[in-house]
Each structure stands twice: as structure tokens, then as C-alpha cells.
Design a protein around this ligand. Structure first.
Ligand code: V1P
Ligand code: CA
Ligand code: ZN
Length: 393
């Protein structure tokens, strides 16, 4: 008996396509679609599927992808073949078409299927919110925030988030996009740069010279022209290495609290990239599963239609923990699931410790130095507060 029951008074829908999980970016590539398998296996082992509507999502159609992407790009993406010999780091082709085929965005078998399945889950989730059949939709296979209209970038080929938000905009006057991936959500920001119907907020590690993608400075807030409706509608929260749960929660709650009050969104789209967790192979923060999940909890409290996307996350055991915990928050059973991992969860040894909430010591051995002063975080909050004076719902 897991004690996990359906949430009272609202519905959660869970959208995934097992077809995504069999794709591979290449042996040494950090993006492992297998992390989705591990996440689902933990979610199911806890018995959470009994508390949600579970959907095997379909692949998004060409027309659906073309609501954002250029047809030139989609046509090329649909016909490129995998490279017989993977390019190595020294042998980069300098003129890649649409940025496809480099080490970040390699061409692999079934690439188009993988992309359209990721977008299909996100779009199905958005549609469930629009039709009010669900109150919270979960699409862990989405969240690929770097993809541009006609360009692949940073492991992302199709921007499922933009496609899903475009769907939400058919029903909701304003959508708030929040991105807690350790990287800047540049593709989503750019897509909605010139509209005041979407406010984008990204929390990320910022170091223009040494951390991908290098954009997302505090004062990059949208078009500089006051005549452009998108002016002031991009919020950027640049952070340094080692930020802790306590600091992140304080900043997240303060900033999002003020934004919701001022912008009054009709729906919230939250990208839950798990590379902001401590111990991530690419990330630099010291967040724990609890602090990451607290962002989901905070967004849920507004009782607005909410869609949760995946995103980055390169240490699969921690990705699975975070997305399982966040699924439990969505269905309000976070107080009922055991902090000890289920006895019969497949690949149990992959998790190293048998807890859902490993300590920083367990995750890292040696903790990462926190380079975020409280003064700097206060300055960030002040900048955002001043920026919001120009925002009207
Ligand atoms: O740093 C770069 C590029 C490659 N240089 C020309 C600059 N790329 C990063 C890309 C990170 C993408 C993150 C995606 C997401 O936000 C959303 C899914 O999480 C990169 C890194 C890195 N350490 O930042 N690529 C790789 N590592 C890489 C390593 C091995 C093989 C292939 C790519
Ligand atoms: Ca981010
Ligand atoms: Zn990332």
C-alpha cells in the first residue's frame, strides 16, 4: 500500500513517449535520453501513476512544429542522415548547416522522430490545460529551451516549449515562462522577445566567456525600444557557482511572487532542467532535490494552469530523483512518499544512496564553493523590482 491517491479537486496529466528513450546522441555526449527511463521507473515504482492521467504522447506533426520553426529548417532536419563517423572535437566542420552535426547537436539515427516526440508530449500537455481536462501537465521529455526558429543549439533541435506556449496563447491572454535549468533559456526568450503576452524568466549560471550560452545578463530585459511591446518582458537572473537551496528559494520566491502580482499570468510554464542540481556533470550549483522541488511547489500554489517541462540534467540518478519528487509535488503526495527509495525500483544500484534526498556530502564528497553573496542577490532582486515598474497586466 503506497497510500498515494488522486489529488482532490484537480487533475494531473503525465505525457511521455517511450520511443524517445531509445535514442542516443553518442557515447561521450552528456545528453542521455535514458535518464527519462530512470525517472519514469522511479515515478512508477512509487505508485504515482495511479494518481495521474497517463498519456503516451504522439509525435508532433510538421505543421505543429512549423508554428515556430522555419520550413527550410524542418525540411533539412527531416532529411539529414546520421554521420557514418562521429565528428571528433578536433575535426569540427566550420560551416554546419543550421548548426546541425557538430559535437553539441550531432546527427543521430531517428533524430527527427526524437524531436517530434519531445514536442508532441509538450503540446499534448498544453492542450490538456487549454481544454481544462488537466490542471497540471507534466512533460519531462520536453524543455529543450535553446532551439531557435531555424537553428539547433546546445543539445536542442526543436523548441517544444515555444510550440507549447504558442498553443497556450490561443486560450490565455498572458503566459509566464520560468526556467530553472542551470543554462540561460535563450531560445524561449528570443521567440517571445517582441510580445508582452509572454514574460520569460530564467535563473542561470552566467559567465559570458566560460559558460554556455553566454547570454542572459541582468540588464538584458527585452527590446530596448519603449515602443516595442516586449520591452521589460524578459527577466534574467544571472548567478555564480555554488548557490544553495536557501538562497535560491529566497530569490525565486521573491522574484516570482512580484512577477505574478504584476503580470497576472493566465498560465505558468515551468522548465525544470535538473542540471541546476549539485553534482551535475555540466552544472555548477549546489541545489538539492528539496530546493529544486520548492520552485515547483511555489508555482503550484497559485492554482493557475501549470505545465512542467524537463530540460537539462546530466547526472541521471539526480535527474530521476528531482523529477520524481516534483511529480509527487504536482499530485500533492510529497508528504506521503517515502524518502527511502522503493525497494523494488529497477536499476536501484544506479542511485548509489537509497534516499530520495541525498545530502551535499553524499552527492559531492567535497562541496563546491558558494560564490553568491547575499548582497549580490539583493541587488538582483532590486533590479527586477525596478524593471517590473514598467510592466502592466
Ligand atoms: O560549451 C558549449 C559549446 C561548444 N563550444 C563551441 C561552445 N556547449 C555546451 C552546451 C551545453 C548545452 C546545455 C543544454 C541545456 O541547457 C538544455 C538541454 O541543458 C557543452 C558542454 C558544457 N560543458 O557546457 N557541450 C558539451 N559540454 C559537450 C560535451 C561532450 C560532448 C558533447 C558536448
Ligand atoms: Ca535557466
Ligand atoms: Zn541546461
Amino acid at each position: 500500500e503506497s497510500g498515494i491517491t488522486r489529488p482532490k479537486g484537480y487533475n494531473v496529466s503525465f505525457h511521455c513517449n517511450p520511443g524517445m528513450e531509445k535514442h542516443h546522441f553518442g557515447m561521450t555526449h552528456p545528453m542521455k535520453p535514458w535518464r527519462l527511463t530512470l525517472s519514469k521507473s522511479l515515478i512508477y515504482s512509487y505508485g504515482m501513476s495511479f494518481a495521474m492521467d497517463n498519456y503516451v504522447s504522439r509525435a508532433a506533426t510538421y505543421e505543429e512544429l512549423a508554428t515556430f520553426h522555419s520550413t527550410d529548417y524542418l525540411d533539412f532536419l527531416g532529411t539529414v542522415l546520421p554521420e557514418p563517423v562521429p565528428r571528433d572535437l578536433e575535426n569540427q566542420n566550420p560551416d554546419l548547416k543550421f548548426n546541425l552535426g557538430g559535437s553539441d547537436c550531432p546527427l543521430f539515427d531517428g533524430l527527427y522522430d526524437y524531436c517530434s516526440m519531445s514536442a508532441g508530449g509538450a503540446l499534448d500537455g498544453a492542450r490538456k490545460l487549454c481544454s481544462k481536462q488537466s490542471d497540471i501537465a507534466i512533460a519531462w521529455g520536453g524543455g529543450l529551451h535553446h532551439a531557435k526558429k531555424a537553428e539547433a543549439s546546445g543539445f536542442c533541435y526543436i523548441n517544444d516549449i515555444v510550440v507549447a506556449i504558442l498553443q497556450l496563447l490561443r486560450y490565455y491572454p498572458r503566459v509566464l515562462y520560468i526556467d530553472i535549468d542551470v543554462h540561460h533559456g535563450d531560445g524561449v526568450e528570443e521567440a517571445f522577445f517582441s510580445t508582452d503576452r509572454v514574460m520569460t524568466v530564467s535563473f542561470h549560471k552566467y559567465d559570458p566567456n566560460n559558460f554556455f550560452p553566454g547570454t542572459g545578463a541582468l540588464d538584458d530585459n527585452g527590446p530596448k525600444s519603449e515602443h516595442n511591446p516586449g520591452a521589460h518582458h524578459a527577466v534574467n537572473v544571472p548567478l555564480n557557482d555554488g548557490i544553495t537551496d536557501e538562497q535560491y528559494e529566497w530569490l525565486f520566491n521573491s522574484i516570482i511572487g512580484r512577477i505574478v502580482e504584476k503580470f497576472r499570468p493566465g498560465a505558468i510554464a515551468l522548465q525544470c532542467g535538473a542540471d541546476s542540481l549539485a553534482g551535475d556533470r555540466l552544472g555548477r550549483f549546489n541545489l538539492q532535490v528539496q530546493g529544486h522541488g520548492a520552485c515547483v511547489e511555489f508555482c503550484k500554489k497559485y492554482n493557475l494552469p501549470l505545465i512542467l517541462f524537463g530540460g537539462g540534467g546530466y547526472t541521471p540518478r539526480n535527474v530521476a530523483r528531482a523529477w520524481a519528487y516534483e511529480t509527487s509535488i504536482a499530485i500533492s503526495c510529497d508528504d506521503k512518499i517515502s524518502p527511502t527509495l522503493p525497494q523494488h525500483v529497477p536499476w536501484r544500484e544506479q542511485f548509489r544512496q537509497d534516499t530520495l534526498f541525498p545530502t551535499l556530502e553524499q552527492i559531492l564528497g567535497e562541496p563546491r564553493v558558494n560564490r553568491n553573496s547575499q548582497k549580490r542577490l539583493q541587488d538582483i532582486l532590486q533590479h527586477v523590482t525596478e524593471q517590473l515598474r514598467f510592466v502592466q497586466a
